[in-house]
Design a protein around this ligand. Structure first.
Ligand code: OGA
Ligand code: MN
Length: 281
């Protein structure tokens, strides 16, 4: 008997999971395994109007793996990080505007941490207009490449930086802000990630600054082309939020971004991050 009812949301990415008893989410081991399997298959799982308490969200995530608690202190519950542009609720509003560009979380860590395995958001308050979260499969992006293009990208390496992603939303940082961005080390990653599972995905997004050993403009044009193709509208699942929705994405194989919303909007997501143990290789 299947533990979950799963309905695909698009041909390439995303599935809706229904029929779950929230009380079981945090307690039932087989459900955690089934969810991880469904996540690998679908990239994004949507649990409509689940209304989990923050503590239950953390308990549930704990079943999926180890949780990032390094950003604790922004919310009373350990393991919860609020995502909002509302300056009365966060000190990171300008940094969080970086979520408006396609990205993969964790490509520019402080040290050598692996990108997170999965990210969970649940909607506390939603925007009146905009503020959908959009997802595109980075696995499908690789699989859709022509043989010639695969050969071209297979051996390329890309330098990622916080500066690259932040410049897109703050093109003219003062010297202090720039210095702060640059405290975060740059990271060189292969353009094609060969996962332990054997699957391959493209490592793209706002943090991807330039291609190593390629003419700067040519490399950037290639990255922009690959990203544009990976995120064509018909390959994207756009989640329009209702309060209480919970969404999980496989951060290793999915690109995501927030659709623009009013910076004064009360939109607030509660994020829990399940740590990864697989380097981009
Ligand atoms: C994130 C993120 C998108 C959103 O939390 O990493 O990119 O829609 N969020 O808030
Ligand atoms: Mn993100």
């Amino acid at each position: 008997m299947s533990l979950l009812t799963i309905n695909k949301l698009t041909d390439t990415v995303g599935a809706e999971v229904t029929g779950l008893d929230p009380g079981n989410l945090a307690a039932d081991d087989p459900i955690a395994d089934a969810i991880l399997e469904a996540l690998e298959d679908n990239g994004v799982l949507v649990f409509p109007e689940l209304h989990l308490a923050p503590e239950t969200q953390v308990d549930f995530c704990r079943r999926l793996g180890e949780i990032d608690r390094s950003n604790d202190g922004h919310h009373p519950v350990s393991g919860i990080y609020p995502i909002t542009l509302d300056k009365s609720k966060t000190t990171s509003a300008s940094y969080l505007r970086g979520t408006f560009d396609w990205h993969i979380d964790g490509c520019t860590p402080m040290g050598d941490e692996c990108p997170q395995r999965a990210t969970v958001l649940s909607a506390r308050q939603v925007a009146d207009r905009g503020g959908e979260t959009e997802f595109a499969s980075a696995y499908k992006a690789y699989e859709a490449l022509s043989v010639e293009l695969r050969e071209r990208v297979d051996s390329l390496r890309v330098v990622h930086s916080l500066e690259a992603s932040q410049r897109r939303v703050t093109p003219d940082p003062g010297p202090e802000l720039l210095a702060r961005w640059r405290e975060r080390p740059t990271h060189e990653h292969p353009l094609v990630w060969t996962h332990r599972s054997g699957r391959k995905s493209l490592v793209l997004g706002a943090s991807a600054d330039y291609v190593v050993d390629l003419d700067l403009d040519e490399g950037r044009a290639l990255l922009a082309d690959l990203l544009a193709t990976a995120t064509e509208t018909d390959k994207v699942y756009s989640h329009g939020w209702s309060v209480g929705d919970m969404v999980i994405w496989d951060n290793r194989g999915v690109l995501h971004r927030a659709a623009p919303y009013d910076p004064d909007s009360p939109r607030e997501m509660l994020r829990t991050t399940v740590l990864g143990d697989e380097p981009i290789q």
